[in-house]
Design a protein around this ligand. Structure first.
Ligand SMILES: [Zn+2]
Length: 360
């Protein structure tokens, strides 16, 4: 077996919560491209779902969950990359020729770049091909105002892909494009056209990763850090980033019974009306009563995306899992909202509707 590359190119795909990174990757990682790609998915929270949503792809997928890759899991990232490389060398995994690293929407890219460049073993096996940042055209102004991570992701990008451009009105979209160009003049900015997805993610024109330039753009010395601090140290996650993460909760709500679509939408609309400002992200798989296929739900703040129907429940193609009863699962990333509040509100609504039914 011959290996195509001695140094494996890595595309870092970042973008704030709900911007559509997984959707983009699901579209790109099909067929030969999937077989040729190792995918690292980082999720913030106790339940990883993105790797399921990306689907049953023929790719080597490593899930780094339960923490943020840019601050809490840098050691895990390094271990995952070195282990992937040695398993590939031993022929234990397909001889992929590229790595795609999907970060959580809350991560800042600079510390990830520092992990890739700063570790001698990792940097001898991998090189950064490009940083692709997906920007949500609808929620960008709100995310920019509330989350410094949004700006860090935009500042670090070689390519910026605008998602949901069709949902934004033209003047707002053009204003966003102008401000992105000012924030990061070096990046190529384009609205997402499905035709370009593969070339942007899988074979981006190699960007010369001028490290000094990257540090200048994204790693300006922080308060309290001396100007002559080593460049790699300047790329470490800011303490404020860890504090912000600590103020967020990620939790999963499961539903015992298949959900009635009408009841679910009523409940979910009420939940977002009441708590939407504090809900950064909801995504999940729903088992609808009477529907064998799962439905994928995505919401960011008050915006709920049209649901997607999957052909089958992920992870259930294997014979050993075919008896599992699919359960609806929603993963929330929120501030100031408890799991019990969410779960109780659904149960209360169901009880209320049952009572109303009986009375009638
Ligand atoms: Zn982090």
């Amino acid at each position: 077996m011959s290996l195509a590359y001695d140094v494996i190119p890595v595309t870092i795909v970042t973008g704030f919560l709900g911007s559509g990174k997984s959707t983009l990757l699901a579209d790109v990682l099909t067929g030969d491209a999937a077989r040729d790609t190792a995918l690292l998915v980082n999720e913030f929270g106790e339940v990883g779902l993105d790797h399921l949503l990306i689907g049953e792809i023929q790719t080597q997928t490593v899930l780094l969950d339960n923490g943020c890759i840019c601050c809490a899991m840098r050691g895990e990232l390094k271990d995952a990359l070195t282990s992937l490389f040695s398993r590939r060398a031993r022929g234990e995994v397909p001889p992929f020729s590229r790595v795609v690293l999907e970060t959580t929407g809350l991560a800042t890219p600079a510390p990830i770049v520092a992990t890739l460049l700063g570790d001698r073993v990792v940097s001898s096996h991998y090189s950064i091909r490009a940083i692709v940042t997906v920007v949500d055209a609808v929620n960008a102004p709100q995310q920019r105002a509330a989350h410094p991570e949004w700006l860090a992701q935009v500042a670090a990008a070689d390519r910026i892909v605008l998602s949901k451009a069709d949902l934004a009105d033209t003047p707002a979209l053009e204003a966003l494009e102008r401000s992105l160009a000012q924030l990061n003049p070096a990046a190529r900015i384009a609205r997402r056209t499905h035709a370009d997805d593969a070339s942007i993610v899988l074979d981006p024109a190699a960007t010369a990763h001028d490290f000094a330039d990257f540090v200048r753009r994204t790693g300006a010395p922080r308060a309290g850090m001396r100007n002559d601090a080593p460049p790699l140290a300047r790329l470490d996650a800011a303490p404020a980033h860890r504090e912000r993460l600590a103020s967020l909760d990620a939790f999963c709500v499961e539903f015992d019974e298949p959900v009635e679509w009408a009841v679910f939408t009523l409940w979910f609309t009420m939940l977002l009306a009441r708590h939407g400002d504090g809900i950064l992200r909801v995504k999940g798989l729903l088992a609808l009563a009477g529907v064998p296929q799962p439905v994928v739900l995505h919401a960011v703040h008050h915006l709920v995306h049209p649901v997607l129907h999957l052909d089958a429940w992920p992870g259930q193609s294997g014979a050993e899992q075919s008896h599992a009863v699919p359960r609806s699962r929603l993963v929330f990333i929120a501030r100031g909202l408890a799991r019990d509040t969410v779960a109780d509100s659904y149960r209360r609504l169901c009880r209320h509707l049952q009572t109303a039914e009986t009375v009638r």
